[in-house]
Design a protein around this ligand. Structure first.
Ligand SMILES: [Zn+2]
Length: 272
């Protein structure tokens, strides 16, 4: 059976050490399991039978998007069978529409947004253009959802809340969007109120072991496994450990297949 890990991060070799030690310094609650390089990610994938991983870039400052795109295209060129890159734009970039068109024309499937690292509020008027343009040029959007373990004292704790993401769905037609961490990290009651049953994908990282198995299974059932994707958030978790947790829950073989592969293939609109 093929397995897609829809949520990982990696950095260019030159900056991976610096990037990882910066990110690790943001929280004492969690340590990375991987080094944050593509080579190391491929090693974890080989060890755990993950066929394809989505690497998410995040532009933390305006002006970074084209450098990130170039790097991701290089990675994709070398590892076309195994890596699906998510590019990034920063909400304060100029000409976001043009950037998204260039990303789409380069053959990229989607973009990653991170309200904490990019300092925006998920449903703010200023960022609607990003969702609208992404929907218009058929780029998938993966958005960090809920709280973030690296921002325990965020001044706007609900900036990526399930409720705000539901507002985005109300305002933007035709958006293909995936919410990380089962719809919103540590906001799972709100996920059940606002997002379950909506036209949105969710992924599993930082959910199993962080929420009750019972609630996880209820969300999968009510949202349907067709909209739930396996994700590890490597280098913060080992995809093998995350897969083992998922497989221990008593889900049917059919539901597991959807979560491990088909839902992500549908989200990415992979043909074949
Ligand atoms: Zn992420």
């Amino acid at each position: 059976m093929s397995i897609i890990d829809i949520h990982t991060h990696a950095f260019p070799d030159k900056i991976s050490k610096r990037a990882m030690s910066h990110l690790e310094s943001m929280t004492e609650d969690w340590a990375a399991v991987g080094q944050g390089t593509v080579r190391d990610l491929l090693k974890f994938m080989d060890n755990t039978a993950v066929d394809v991983s989505a690497i998410c870039g995040i532009a933390t400052k305006p002006g970074q998007w084209s450098g990130i795109l170039d790097w991701l295209l290089g990675v994709m060129g070398k590892h076309r069978e195994r890596i699906v890159p998510f590019a990034s734009v920063h909400p304060q970039d100029e000409n976001i529409g043009d950037a998204l068109m260039q990303i789409k024309d380069a053959g990229i499937y989607g973009i990653k947004l991170h309200p904490m690292h990019q300092d925006f509020i998920a449903d703010a008027d200023e960022v609607m253009e990003i969702y609208q343009q992404a929907a218009w040029c058929r780029l998938a959007v993966q958005i960090h959802s809920g709280r973030d373990i690296g921002f325990p004292n965020d001044a706007i704790p609900d900036r990526a809340s399930p409720k705000r993401i539901a507002n985005v769905l109300d305002r933007v037609d035709g958006l293909r969007i995936l919410c990380t961490h089962m719809g919103g990290w540590r906001s799972w009651d709100e996920v059940e109120e606002c997002l379950v049953g909506r036209d949105v994908y969710m992924e599993t990282s930082f959910a199993l072991g962080h929420m009750d198995d019972e609630q996880f299974l209820r969300i999968v059932k009510n949202h349907t496994p067709d909209r739930v994707c396996f994700g590890s958030d490597w280098p913060w978790n080992d995809p093998g450990t995350e897969l083992a947790k998922l497989e221990s829950l008593g889900l049917s073989a059919g539901d597991l297949e959807k979560i491990k592969f088909s839902s992500s293939a549908a989200f990415l609109e992979l043909s074949g």
